[in-house]
Ligand binder design. Structure first.
Ligand SMILES: [Cu+2]
Length: 492
């Protein structure tokens, strides 16, 4: 279901789009920008762009959010200052945004209490500063995570504006040693709102070779194109036969990526930050033709450079979001360009043995066979979005209390006519059935698509003794979350 403000994409969005359009011809031959990287401590600010009024992160004198690299067993300190304008020129839920903000460390198995991953009590109004000290545990699965703002009612606007960045938890080479010698690329997918002017819009659509026929059952026209590290359809250099390690996060507030490389399969080694080998040392990679990455999802894969004579592209396939869903057409994300083999930047591989968390198959079977301990039911109407008929309010009591130390069977049901991605803070879960049918290769995720008119069955891992207190689960289409599709959980 679409939610449009009074001014559609808004003046600010239009200006930003026009600027990008002006740069399309040059952007198309542009190599993929590399993102700044940093380690703890991090100083970050939220500011309002003077020209467009859009919100953005400021870091080290620039407006490119850094990739934050952390070691398992270390503390991530972030000083986050809210320098957003007191009077916003942007709309949140049809009213001027209040410009409150905070941070969520998506996927990290850390405490939901302040000063850690607390998206409820930690909130900065303009002029205020938040101090995060996030203790990343030694057993945190090494992989790609991300940080984004999480103020209820304003999450969609801020995430669409690009207030997000990647987090790498070091040590994935403990599970797949060969990636230590490969060129690593961090790829952050964000949104370009298509301009209202028909000529400008068609220029952007052509620039990414966007599908012009209807994609799936969503009848609406396309509204977005994807950018990669801020660039529309950049070029990615890779030598023929060279293997590179690509770590992709979908930072869009509401668009799915069905990722495909048309020169060959993606050798997937981790999903949502979780190495496939973490729960099963016998599985290190899975060769996939395409991978659905919902909003907030991540995929980490080894790719091989195509022969120099061929043209190859990284694409997103058409994804059917349902009759009430948003248009999610096929498009090109990047062109793959034959280059000389690059010298991979030297990364200091973590020594030590990999951590594994292996649940006994008998225990998992027992949990899966039991009736669901809790059912999440996503519904929507013209007034809003609901979990179990309840529209989220900040002062709600927890909807569910779970015992720390347990594995639980949860079912997420979606009787609506559009897809919704389910996410729970601080926890990964095993997706073992979709629409009541057992999946062939169950995977551990922190964000999963729930098909329209369908369901997913999950084994929730509440065994981590660190994760105690009140936290959140919600739909990761952030305009749905802002409009109420969220609830509190108490880990007790
Ligand atoms: Cu939703």
């Amino acid at each position: 279901m679409k939610i449009v403000g009074k001014f559609g994409i808004g003046i600010s969005g239009l200006l930003a789009s026009l600027c990008l359009i002006a740069g399309i011809s040059s952007a198309q031959n542009r190599t993929l920008p590399e993102l700044p990287e940093t380690t703890s401590p991090v100083t970050l600010a939220a500011t309002s762009d003077r020209r467009t009024g859009k919100s953005q992160f400021r870091y080290a004198g620039n407006n490119i959010p850094p990739v934050i690299r952390v070691q398992p067993g270390s503390t991530l300190h972030v000083e986050y200052k809210n320098d957003l304008a007191v009077a916003s020129r942007e709309e949140c839920l049809d009213l001027p945004c209040m410009n409150m903000t905070n941070l969520h460390f998506h996927g990290l198995h850390v405490s939901p209490n302040a000063p850690q991953d607390d998206a409820l009590d930690m909130m900065a109004m303009p002029g205020e500063t938040l101090h995060y000290s996030v203790q990343v545990p030694l057993q945190q699965p090494p992989g790609l995570y991300w940080y984004h703002t999480h103020p209820h009612g304003e999450s969609y606007r801020q995430d669409l504006d690009g207030m997000s960045g990647a987090i790498v938890v070091e040590g994935i080479e403990r599970y797949v040693p060969e990636v230590a010698n490969m060129h690593e690329r961090i790829l952050v997918l964000r949104d370009l709102v298509l301009p209202e002017d028909a000529t400008d819009k068609s220029k952007v659509m052509q620039a990414v070779s966007m599908q012009t026929t209807q994609c799936g059952t969503a009848p609406e026209d396309p509204e977005r194109a994807f950018t990669l590290n801020g660039s529309l359809r950049p070029q990615i250099d890779i030598a023929p036969g060279e293997q590179q390690f690509w770590r992709v996060v979908n930072a869009s507030p509401d668009r799915y990526v069905d990722l495909e490389l048309d020169s060959g399969p993606l050798e997937v080694i981790a999903l949502d930050g979780m190495p496939l080998a973490y729960h099963d040392p016998s599985i290190r990679k899975r060769s996939l033709e395409h991978v659905l990455v919902p909003p907030a999802g991540r995929v980490e894969a080894i790719v091989t450079g195509p022969p120099s004579s061929s043209h190859a592209a990284l694409r997103s396939r058409c994804f059917d979001t349902g009759a009430d869903g948003d248009s999610n057409p096929a498009m090109v994300l990047a062109d793959i360009v034959s280059a000389k083999a690059s010298n991979p930047p030297v990364h200091h591989a973590l020594s030590g043995a990999p951590v594994h968390e292996v649940f006994s198959p008998a225990v998992l079977k027992w949990v899966e066979a039991a009736e669901p301990k809790f059912i999440v039911n996503f519904t929507e109407d013209k007034q809003g979005f609901y979990i179990n008929d309840r529209k989220f309010q900040m002062n709600d009591a927890p909807m569910v209390t779970v015992h720390v130390g347990s594995l639980q069977h949860w079912r997420v049901e979606n009787p609506t006519k559009e897809v919704h991605p389910f996410h729970i803070h601080q926890v990964h879960f095993l997706v073992y059935a979709v629409n009541g049918k057992r999946v062939e290769d169950p995977v551990w995720l922190d964000t999963v698509n729930v098909p329209y008119g369908g369901s997913v069955d999950l084994v929730m891992d509440f065994t981590d003794p660190i994760i105690r207190g009140i936290s959140l689960f919600h739909c990761h289409l952030l305009n749905h979350e802002d409009k109420g599709m969220m609830a509190k959980i108490l880990f007790k």
